[in-house]
Design a binder for this molecule. Sequence first.
Ligand code: ATP
Length: 432
Amino acid sequence: MTSVQTTGSGKGRRDPKPLMSTAVINPVMSDTVDDVDFPYEDDASQQQKVEALEERLEILERQNDEMRDKLLDANAENNKYQQKLERLTHENKKLKQSPLFVATVQELTDEGVIIKQHGNNQEALTEVTDEMREELGPDARVAVNNSLSIVKQLDSETDVRARVMQVDQSPEVSYADIGGIDEQMEEVRETVEMPIESPEMFDEVGIEPPSGVLLYGPPGTGKTMLAKAVANQTDATFIKMAGSELVHKFIGEGAKLVRDLFELARQQEPAVVFIDEIDAIASKRTESKTSGDAEVQRTMMQLLAEMDGFEDRGQISIIAATNRFDMLDRAILRPGRFDRLIEVPKPDFEGREMIFEIHTRGMNVADEVDFAELADLAAGASGADIKAVCTEAGMYAIRDDRLEVTTEDFEGAWRKIQQTDDEEAEISKTFA
Ligand code: ATP
């Protein structure tokens, strides 16, 4: 506290009361009033002293107002900097924190939660709060700190599922769109359609419904189309996944994706699960016993486990496909795994004729065009090749400014497709 004294140059003034205010009269604004400089001479009259003091008071009040304004501004500024400082301190703290690791919950036990870290696959038993424990379940993704305590639960990996699985609620392909593989179509219908459409029949007869079929044959022969047509016929959801997507870097990920795939299928029941390129996870075991091989095996085992038992599986039919039958591990071809192994070959002459008819249904084809002739011409073509020939023939007509597609267009298109195939074969030989 500033003490108020009346010594110094103001020694003429002895009344302490008015002098209280003179403590701030000092224009130099000293902390004490020891050296207060009065604005009048000692011998000034009373009247002059009052006037001088009033004048000084006015000046000081104005100065005081100004100072108060400045103080307010400074306070506001100070607040702003304070907030900025807090923000930066927080950021700084965050940057200094060690990153959290991602792990998957394996099991909830009485002793704690067993988690498996991604990347190094180390398993650990860790404690969690009761609240968090209620939220967690097996396969939940969590973030753990350095001491492997669970810090928070992460969103499940639906994005990964969406990326690798193609879901089609009602595919547009029907059996009438598929040509040249009637026998195969019949077999697929028997094995896949029945369990979805009349599961009770299997119950009554007392046998397990077939778990799935394996289609094998060269590319572009209609394997995917067959699976889509079954889904369409049975009003089932079509879920497609490529086997190559199941081959993952980290242990357990492939098997988890298989579980996810079937979980999704159960949610969408009835469903047709189509696994393309099954050879990626079911290739013959080589001599090498790397951890990668073991992982691929585990993924396959998970798939076989999901295929087992209709009760657990629900109204889900499985169709797998491969272009590399020779590569497949015999183990997956044993009875009780895939119920039928169906070869889907390249179409024969009649098949090609039919496929030409199918793919020209909506086209404006000249009367002179003979599909038998085209089928003869396109010997060795797959269904996909024939589709490409039809589209290309249409392009020839458009380029020529015609609305009708002629035999000549088809012939030119076939030559072009063959040439492209040859070029592609050459390129893949170069890079092989
Ligand atoms: P991949 O082994 O390369 O996956 P895939 O056998 O599954 O090939 P699809 O995808 O079914 O072949 O066929 C590709 C396209 O070729 C189809 O969209 C269809 O237009 C045409 N196609 C193939 N086979 C036939 C067929 N038998 N009848 C009619 N069109 C066919």
